[in-house]
Design a protein around this ligand. Structure first.
Ligand code: DO4
Ligand code: MG
Length: 325
């Protein structure tokens, strides 16, 4: 795989290259004089039709493990680091070809859940869209309440991955993507990894009546995750940036970014509520809420291209479509 391609999708950037050099040079200096490295150690797991690709310090390794058993453990980063010496190395070009042709969403048997109204921007948007239904107050209250809003989002078979289609509903006039940092929580309730999530939503159905939330949120390919599982040695940095752009006929029609530090709740708090009275034998994914909402006159159209990037994890790209009739 291209050493500078930290997204795993063939796209290398100058910044990736500088990061790579810094990692190598500074890492060497550290080996000699025991200075703490400023870069979080991390690994990436790409789920492929041919197996699992592990990317560590820009070297690719092939794993033949069963996905659910592999990821569902405490100390996932340490376990993966320990087994690396026994793994076959995959040449850069072969790894790139596998990722290009055989990339799957990084999910096995896990349910996907989502948190709502965890950012002020989301509270404001829901209050606006539900003003006519009289439900605006609900969103104000849930933002302030001790208990977070958590809702079921998807079974694994409805989930789209990087470069795959996401769907908008034919019976919805107002459709948006929701870019969300997504947690992978193991069966013990411990956050082990992160990925990029898109909580595709119908704002017209959600705004019409708050009780329509499941229809606004759950439909074929309304959840996308990818391109990989990002497994850091430490919890993800609180100032991590999240960016979204939307392209239509080769023109950019939306672009914005923010930081997950704006979130009102902590990730462990959300995971704690989800696991209070539910067991997840293979772990679960939890989308943590959106902080980027396009202006109110924006709705997605067929063939729009949605790109979501999160620092460290990479970029997930999806094409907007309708479920075939
Ligand atoms: O309350 C409705 C859904 C909220 C949501 O999906 C979000 O804040 O991201
Ligand atoms: Mg959402």
């Amino acid at each position: 795989m291209n050493r500078n391609d930290k997204n795993g999708d063939g796209v290398a950037s100058f910044f990736d290259f500088v990061y790579y050099l810094f990692y190598k040079v500074y890492g060497k200096i550290n080996e000699g004089c025991y200075i703490v490295m400023p870069i979080t150690k991390h690994l990436k797991l790409f789920k492929l039709t041919e197996g699992i690709l592990l990317q560590h310090q820009y070297v690719n390794y092939l794993l033949r493990h069963e996905w659910n058993n592999l990821v569902n453990r405490d100390g996932l980063y340490n376990y993966l680091e320990e087994i690396i010496p026994g793994l076959p190395i995959v040449a850069d070009a072969i790894a790139a070809a596998h990722i290009d042709e055989g990339l799957l969403p990084p999910i096995g048997q896990q349910e996907v859940w989502a948190a709502g109204v965890t950012y002020l921007r989301s509270r404001e948007a829901r209050m606006e869209e539900s003003a006519d239904s009289g439900a605006a107050d609900l969103y104000d209250k849930v933002y302030a309440a001790e208990r977070p809003e958590l809702f079921f989002k998807s079974m694994p078979y409805r989930v789209a991955g990087h470069k795959q289609e996401v769907y908008i509903r034919r019976d919805s006039a107002w459709n948006v993507p929701e870019p969300e940092l997504t947690l992978f929580i193991n069966s013990n309730g411990n956050i082990q990894a992160y990925t990029i999530g898109n909580d595709m939503s119908s704002r017209s159905i959600e705004g019409e009546n708050a009780l329509y939330l499941p229809q606004a949120k759950i439909f074929e390919r309304s959840a996308a995750i990818g391109p990989c599982l990002y497994v850091p040695s430490e919890p993800i940095a609180t100032d991590t940036a999240i960016r979204m752009s939307i392209h239509r006929n080769n023109a950019e029609v939306y672009k914005d970014e923010t930081s997950i530090s704006r979130m009102k709740r902590s990730f462990t708090e959300l995971a704690g509520y989800l696991y209070r009275e539910c067991d997840f034998p293979s772990g679960s994914f939890l989308m943590t809420g959106t902080c980027l909402v396009p202006q109110n006159d924006f709705t997605l159209r067929e063939n729009d291209i949605v790109s979501i990037s999160i620092d460290g994890i990479g970029t997930m790209v999806n094409i907007v479509s309708f479920k075939p009739l």
